[in-house]
Design a binder for this molecule. Structure first.
Ligand code: URP
Ligand code: ZN
Ligand code: ZN
Ligand code: ZN
Length: 478
């Protein structure tokens, strides 16, 4: 068991900041001490195995990305990051825990889907990992299987109001699954877009010759996100299920969430970096020399990037300030342009949906501190503390305090990070959705359960370090 002292930094928690030294013993934080403290008369610096000088830098709890899709079969292909490459990229970016989605489809057993996910991830992860369960076929068998999820450490499941014929649940299925959510305490996560209506619009656009990635955004109109969000909220209210709406991008959907929260409902919302920064006009409508009007395929994801003219991006930042939205996850689901995204040349419906950002979430959110959109503590709350609370990890994760796992990031506010630029990221993608983004700030040093993953020499972790996180049930009052 080795000991580490992180000295001279500013420890930032969701509750505030303090100048403090952090003593790590083995896998956990042993003490958070006034700078230069002696312990039982001894000079700690002289007795620990390793001293990390964090002077002038922030010491924060490791990031928790609560929405990822490593090697997910989707859209006729498979997400290009494996658990190995995706969690390594996470570590590079200061994220030390992920929660990925195990998949069950119609006609398959939940138990088999979950077992398959354990098999993919075990021994392959640089950082700790938990699972949510996608229930893509709600029937008597999957409902019964949901009874044992809590014992497996899976305390949340995702339903889809989109993707008819793939993961889609109709209202009857949603109602039954939400009754199960109420009964078991499992959190219902919802992909809230009206899929059947989207499919009609998409077909009409395609038949009218409107086939480029831009029309992915047009077919998936904000009205269909607002409507589905409202429907999910009403079904949750009726059944008493706690509800977490994933990847919110429409300001009208935020209004639905805020109104439900004001009524006292246990309803929560997540957005993603792409909905804070990127837009229908600038990205989905982009063209390039290399890809022509297929360029926009790089940013095809669902819910879609929305119009900047309509102010959706500003509304997402505002909602993060006011706690109308509670978390920022990546929905990391990368695909390469060559051989994957280009399947949709001439038909936007065939572009695999997803963007890769796992490496950049901590940095991209830190820009909100730089611009004054959010405070330092809110930054830490959004990237680590609330996901820990929300998903049954708090105390172990999400906070720098004695007894917590030693998941620590030393973040340099005076540092600089250039994103994209050819191979300067570590995700398994042949492009970056964030090419050209210049970040004030830099992830300098990353530790997970007492093991250093990233230092000044680069990545020094191992793919067998990450452990499965059995998560607890949560009291949903965040
Ligand atoms: O486009 C997306 N979001 N791909 C991942 C699957 C999902 O719906 O989260
Ligand atoms: Zn989704
Ligand atoms: Zn997703
Ligand atoms: Zn630096």
């Amino acid at each position: 068991m080795s000991t580490t002292l992180v000295t001279g930094g500013t420890v930032v928690n969701a509750t505030g900041t303090a100048q403090a030294d952090v003593l790590v013993d083995g896998e956990t934080i042993a003490a958070v001490l006034a700078p230069g403290s002696r312990l039982l008369g001894t000079d700690l610096k002289a007795t620990v195995d390793q001293v990390v000088d964090a002077t002038g830098r922030y010491v924060i709890p490791g990031g928790i990305d609560a929405h990822t899709h490593m090697q997910m079969p989707f859209g006729g292909t498979e997400a290009s990051d494996t658990f190995e490459t995706g969690t390594r990229a996470a570590a590079w970016g200061g994220t030390t825990s992920i929660i990925d989605f195990a998949i069950q489809r119609y006609g398959e057993r939940v138990e088999d889907g979950l077992a398959a996910w354990h098999e993919k991830a075990a021994g392959q992860c640089a950082v700790d990992y938990g699972f949510h369960q996608i229930v893509g076929g709600v029937d008597e068998f999957s409902l019964k299987a949901m009874d044992s999820l809590v014992d497996e450490g899976i305390t949340s499941f995702k339903l889809f109001m989109a993707y008819p014929g793939v993961f889609y649940s109709d209202d009857a299925q949603i109602l039954r699954a939400m009754q199960k959510s109420r009964e078991t305490g499992l959190l219902t996560m919802m992909h809230a877009e009206n899929g059947p209506a989207i499919d009609v619009l998409a077909e009409q656009l395609y038949n009218a010759g409107k086939t480029t990635p831009f029309f992915h955004g047009i077919a998936r109109a904000w009205q269909l996100e607002e409507e589905a969000t409202h429907r999910a909220i009403m079904l949750a209210d009726l059944t008493g299920a706690p509800l977490y709406v994933v990847h919110v991008s429409a300001k009208q959907a935020v209004e639905q969430l805020a109104a439900a929260r004001d009524r006292g409902q246990n309803v929560f919302g997540e957005t993603c970096p792409q909905y804070l920064y990127l837009s229908l006009e600038d990205q989905l409508g982009a063209t390039s020399e290399e890809w022509g009007d297929l360029e926009g395929a790089k940013w095809v994801c669902s819910t879609p990037l929305r119009s900047r003219a309509d102010g959706h991006q500003d509304a997402m930042w505002r909602a993060l300030r006011t706690n109308d939205l509670q978390t920022v996850s990546t929905d990391h689901c990368p695909f390469c342009m060559k051989g994957q995204k280009d399947m949709g040349a001439g038909d936007f419906r065939a572009i695999p949906n997803g963007i890769g950002s796992i490496e950049h979430r901590v940095d991209l959110l830190y820009q909100g501190v730089v611009t004054g959109e959010i405070t330092l503590s809110r930054w830490v709350e959004l990237i680590s503390t609330t996901p820990a609370r929300m998903f049954g990890l708090y105390g172990r994760k999400g906070v720098v305090q004695p007894g917590a796992d030693a998941d620590l990031v030393v973040y340099d506010p005076a540092g600089h990070t250039s994103i994209g630029l050819g191979k300067s990221h570590h995700m398994n993608m042949d492009y970056s959705a964030w090419e050209g983004y210049e970040i004030d700030g830099h992830v300098d040093w990353v530790m997970s359960r007492g093991s250093v993953l990233v230092d000044e020499s680069g990545y020094v972790g191992s793919k067998t370090h990450g452990k499965f996180l059995k998560r607890d049930l949560t009291q949903y009052l965040v």
